[in-house]
Design a protein around this ligand. Structure first.
Ligand SMILES: [Zn+2]
Length: 485
């Protein structure tokens, strides 16, 4: 059994789960191949570190806190932890009076999942309770305030043994966290519910022969995990321009279970992407302070000074062919940037932390954003349809932050992003320059033993699994080639 089973502490369901549905709609139709207008000969060359750019790269997942928590899989709120107590003497008594022993009544729990637009009084009235019943709970304890801030996906379970009498109310913010209110006298007492998910890891791999997203779908890889993978490798692979048919990738990621029931996907534990013959491996490492980061097997952070692509690869609208040759692209070979053809409105991200030094129209650039980064680095984003809200001169931006949207303002005849990269005022090819930049922070030498202890076994198992499943698929292919008889 290759599963690495272990339990983790309380794991709240990730908020990124809510992006799944949105994302799945895009899955079908995002081709990844795009023509590029620069030679890619240096693409694979990772040269030595040149200057001393200091970028503090804390790994903070982009999908930080906003919006409500939504469970990917609605929990069927089984009141498994509510045990019907039978009087002891009844169990001990000889079963002579069988006709008198009444079977314990099955508790009548009513489960409600909070939907968008629901409010508490409507929910109470649906289960036959009055506003007075509601206020009795609301006024009972501080914890009852949770009921004033219901989010879609919250699970409410009512135990109403006789009409109108709310004896217990279970409020689950996630399958792992919530409260149980139990009627006492004229009020309610409360206890916290905290549960720990069983975590097991799942290994999946895919081969690109159309797009990364189709490949992930075929391999039954959750959308949220493939997005996370693209995020992890965002500093080494341009997921718009780099992927090619035949590229392979594999993921070891966590799945969370409660009482044997799947409740959601967790983090990526290790990932591999082989792009045009070059293999990248990233492995999760949790340091002593509990900070999570992804590193190469040698302990080099996967977080780089610059993202490879300024486009938000997951928001490129469907039914747009990235293969489409745009007229403007034929004329720009000699110019000083990379052009990404993309539909109007596609979000554009800051490729590194920096300060906005320009956010206004500028001749043939149209609506232009210029960012100044630490060191002598500058990036430009032209032909924007619009700036993201709050983007103006003097504002600080973080790597990955949305700064504007693709358009065709200025001298563009079709929607595309024109992206420039300058060092000390000199234009560099953004497709190759990032290989020559100083790399992001690696682990300190004294941290390496701890890092190895945590990841070495994982990396080798991960590699082994890659080999095993390659052999398996090889065997499967061979089996199919056997002559039928
Ligand atoms: Zn251009």
């Amino acid at each position: 059994m290759a599963d690495l089973r272990h339990s983790q502490g309380l794991v709240a369901l990730s908020k990124k789960d809510q992006n799944i549905t949105k994302f799945m709609k895009l899955l079908e139709s995002i081709p990844v191949t795009l023509s590029t207008h620069f030679p890619r000969k240096h693409l694979l060359a990772v040269s030595g570190l040149s200057t001393a750019l200091l970028v503090t790269l804390m790994f903070t997942p982009e999908e930080a806190a906003h919006g409500a928590r939504v469970n990917a899989t609605p929990l069927v709120a089984a009141p498994a932890d509510i045990i019907v107590q039978q009087p002891q003497q009844m169990l001990d008594a000889p079963p002579v009076l069988a006709d008198i022993v009444v079977p314990p009544s099955v508790p009548q729990w009513t489960d409600m999942e909070v939907q968008s637009g629901d409010n508490l009084s409507a929910i109470f009235s649906k289960v036959g309770l009055t506003a007075q019943d509601m206020y009795r709970v609301l006024n009972s304890t501080d914890e009852a305030k949770v009921l004033n801030r219901l989010y879609p996906g919250y699970q409410l379970s009512f135990y109403i043994p006789e009409a109108g009498k709310l004896t217990q109310l279970k409020v689950l913010k996630s399958p792992l966290e919530g409260y149980l209110f139990t009627r006492i006298d004229d009020g309610y007492q409360v206890e916290s519910i905290t549960r720990t998910a069983d975590v097991k890891t799942s290994f999946k791999e895919g081969v690109i022969n159309d797009s990364l997203f189709m490949a992930a779908k075929r391999a039954d890889i959750p959308a949220v995990s493939i997005m996370e993978m693209a995020d992890i490798f965002g500093g080494v692979i341009d997921f718009i321009l780099d992927p090619r048919d035949g590229d392979t990738f594999s993921l070891l990621y966590e799945e969370k279970y409660l009482d044997g029931e799947f409740i959601g996907n967790g983090d990526i534990v290790a990932a591999q992407f082989t792009n045009q013959g070059k293999q990248f491996i990233a492995v999760r490492y949790i340091n002593e302070d509990g900070e999570v980061g992804y590193y190469s097997p040698d302990g080099e952070s996967m977080r780089k000074a610059f993202l490879r692509t300024p486009l938000d690869v997951f928001r490129i609208s469907s039914n747009f062919s990235l293969n489409r040759k745009h007229p403007i692209l034929n004329t720009i070979r000699a110019h000083k940037g990379t052009d990404y053809a993309a539909p109007k409105g596609t979000p554009v991200r800051a490729t590194s932390d920096g300060v906005v030094t320009w956010a206004a129209r500028n001749g043939s650039f149209g609506k232009l954003v210029v960012l100044q980064h630490r060191g002598q680095f500058e990036t430009k984003y032209a032909h924007l349809n619009d700036y993201a809200s709050g983007i103006k001169k003097g504002v600080r931006v973080r790597q990955g932050q949305i700064i504007g949207y693709v358009g065709q303002t200025g001298g563009a005849t079709g929607p595309h992003l024109h992206y420039e990269f300058l060092i000390g005022g000199v234009h560099k090819d953004p497709r190759t320059i990032v290989d020559q930049l100083p790399q992001a922070i690696s682990l300190e030498p004294e941290e390496l033993p701890r890092f190895r202890a945590q990841t070495q076994d994982l990396v080798s198992r991960f590699r082994q699994q890659s080999v095993d499943s390659r052999l398996l698929s090889l065997n499967a292919a061979n089996d199919q080639n056997l002559p039928a008889h």
